[in-house]
Write a protein that binds this ligand. Sequence first.
Ligand code: SPV
Ligand code: MG
Length: 310
Amino acid sequence: MPGRGPGGGAFTDHLRITEGDGLNPRTYSLRDALCAPRLVRAFGAHDVLSAVIGSRAGFEAIWASGFGVSAAMGLPDLSLLGLSDQLTAASAMAAACQVPVLADVDGGFGGRLNVAHTVQMYERAGIAGICIEDKQFPKTNSFVPDRQRLLSADEFAARLEVAKRAQRHSDFVVVARTEALICDEKVEEALRRAHQYVDAGADAILVHSKSRRPDQITDFLKQWQKRAAVVAVPTTYYSWPVEEAWEAGVSMIIYANHGIRAAMRRIAEVADEIVRSGSSATVEPTIATMDEVFEATGLQGWLALDGDDR
Ligand code: SPV
Ligand code: MG
């Protein structure tokens, strides 16, 4: 039975087609999720606890956010962290979550062989897939104005070919992210690049936009004709309802940075309130209990492992 892409159309053969309508979180792969006849929502995580919270909330996937992992270490998203730091963070998320993790690897941490090494290290760590972007190293977060430098499409396509050759397991997913629109290129250039990247072996395309409305993405999708699964990141066009995104042809939506932004604001509010009021009494009912933290971190399981002879 052929799978059905977003908006009801059939995908071409870039992704394995799965049967059934549901997604069992214990068994589905990211590849299954991208083929499923429903939109996949990914929660951007900056650490293990935020990944666990996102998966428990019902997100079908976790985005190991380069921006989030950097910010959690007190660093801006400027390629300051390398493969080891990002891999450590993403693999810990994958180990703790029941849903697949798509890891943000920026440009792949260097040239073609660094991309190959990245693929193999992430695969070995049990991560479902990586997303590589077509920007020059060192990259700057997509929302920093006037600092965006695209990599040539030919060089990026060559990196994708190397990535797919380096991959050992057929289920591992390589998402090619084009930053053409972030770099003020036209939708036609994003499309040209996306076609070249799928020709090079990419399993799915992430087309990033800084527009306040989803117009560039819908324009892209109309012309794309569902050639491969498309991933969107509505950080700036955040009012786009998931139903409309699905109807327009999006397979996966990433809420990339909401966890770290929520945590930052809330921690600041709690810290300010304790300093202001002279005790933690007023914040106590508004924050997680110690038992909730014990539960989320699997305390009882760890104690059971230790036996009862203490
Ligand atoms: C990230 O979360 O690191 C991303 C998405 O790459 S964004 O910051 O929106 O570019
Ligand atoms: Mg990133």
